[in-house]
Design a protein around this ligand. Sequence first.
Ligand SMILES: Nc1nc2c(c(=O)[nH]1)N[C@H]1C(S)=C(S)[C@@H](COP(=O)(O)O)O[C@H]1N2
Ligand SMILES: [Mo]
Length: 556
Amino acid sequence: MSSTPRGLAALAGITAAVVAIGVAEPVAVLTGPRSAPLVAVGGLVVDVVPEPLKQFAIAVFGRYDKIALLVGTALLLAAGAALLGLAAVRRLWLGLAGVAAFVALGVAAALTRAGADAADALPALTGGGLGAVTLWAFLAGPLEIEPWPWTPPTPPQTPSAGGQAAGGVPAGTQPGARGPVPGAEAAGGTSGGPDRPASADPEARRRFLRGVGVLAGAAAVTGLGGHWLAGRQGVSAARQAVRLPAPVSSAPAVPAGADLSLAQLAPYVTPTSGFYRIDTALVVPQVDPETWRLRVHGRVRHPVELSFADLLARPMVERYVTLACVSNEVGGDLIGNARWLGVPIRDLLDEVEPEEGADQVVGRSVDGWTCGTPTSVLRDGRDALLAVGMNGEPLPVAHGFPVRMVVPGLYGYVSACKWVTELELSSFADFDAYWVPRGWSAQGPVKTQSRIDTPRPRNRLAAGPVMVAGVAWAQHRGISRVEVRVDDEPWREATLAPTVSVDTWVQWSWRWEASPGQHTLQVRATDTTGATQTGREQPVAPDGATGWHAVTVTVR
Ligand SMILES: Nc1nc2c(c(=O)[nH]1)N[C@H]1C(S)=C(S)[C@@H](COP(=O)(O)O)O[C@H]1N2
Ligand SMILES: [Mo]
């Protein structure tokens, strides 16, 4: 029966952890969602886990990698808490030292987040404090369970003696057994010994389980309540109140025929709701436009600081730009095309006058994430924007509300800073942005790529004419040709749909006379510099995948 008290001890540890997390949540309503221990520790994990592991997580969990991380952190915490309970039932101080270690981890994680201040330690400290009290209550206090293992074996008891008639002190308790008394330890491993069945003290057991239920329930209520309150602190109301100004220069109209409107083909303009999302933020930063500031500073002659109103008062342009992620695999969907409204970054840089040699503009997000963009790219005339609008609406919170960067021709990790609050003029020699020390290239021009959207690998095709179609992109260079190949036949030129500009992807199509059997379709694109997409296969790290997208189908 010794497994029963062990189970109870583990349960005590887990309950203490639930109390700690549940108490920390409402405290984090005051100090900010990123100071909540689970989120803070998860964020620390995101920043420190080796890149291959992160790639593995993204590959395995895909869009759910963040949820997987939080669930994983919670499961590890639960396992650690169970072990703590087991340790604490023999040596209370061991359990409390373990709680202190967890608290130290939570505090360290919260304090090392960008922009953290001392108050961010509060959720972990309060949670840990009440977690420790919980552990004590179960193992030495009012909710006490029998220490394990029991030494020396207690003789069988009469029901009257086994209850807790004696003022809450469970009968049979061995005070020494839970203190740092050598005898208790010597008795370890007596699982075969004459343990007293836990059922001999059903009242103590019931009291214990009632304690677990009440505490875990109360923790769930405060935890969920805190979480709900934190959600109400979001900026969705502020976002809805934003009135976007009209652009002085509108986006060109999408030409008729730019969208072939085929069922499986990505639409020319990606609906905002379906736009991919990539960032390191475990909780989406909630940035109040009232208090938002943009500092343009560093190696400049005239640093400036702008409010959101200042930004909205500047001349705005609206442009279609296709944004792509460097982590997009060949054939992948981490790419989308939207209509962005924003202030040209070029004009701002002209005003602050970057110093000679300041060849990198570091975009810094409120959460500390950074990207490094070549100053020359931002000033070469392309439509690099501080964007406030996406597809005619204020930026969605997850896509960077209130302000983000969008730079045609560069992967997002070197250019598309969401929740941006600083543009710091620096140099590539002096500063490495977030992904660079993690093994990614400091320079991230988008590689010429193409994708087959229809047919799809599992489509059943009938012999005869089949519309093969997809998208191709080489932002800011533009696509001049797309070719398709069936098996080892010669490459055939596809038809390019019209497009708005060289800064967006283009749809392509090709009519295939399909014959029965299994066939592999391949696609490759050529940009306007005349360079044809390489067929050499390279992984996404360090600067973007290469290779030809291939789709194998069966025709009947
Ligand atoms: N603050 C912040 N901005 C960020 C990132 C990030 O992790 N944090 N990720 C970048 C990357 S890697 C990409 S591909 C784009 C994706 O933008 P989206 O989520 O709006 O599609 O955002 C960029 N901006
Ligand atoms: Mo990305």
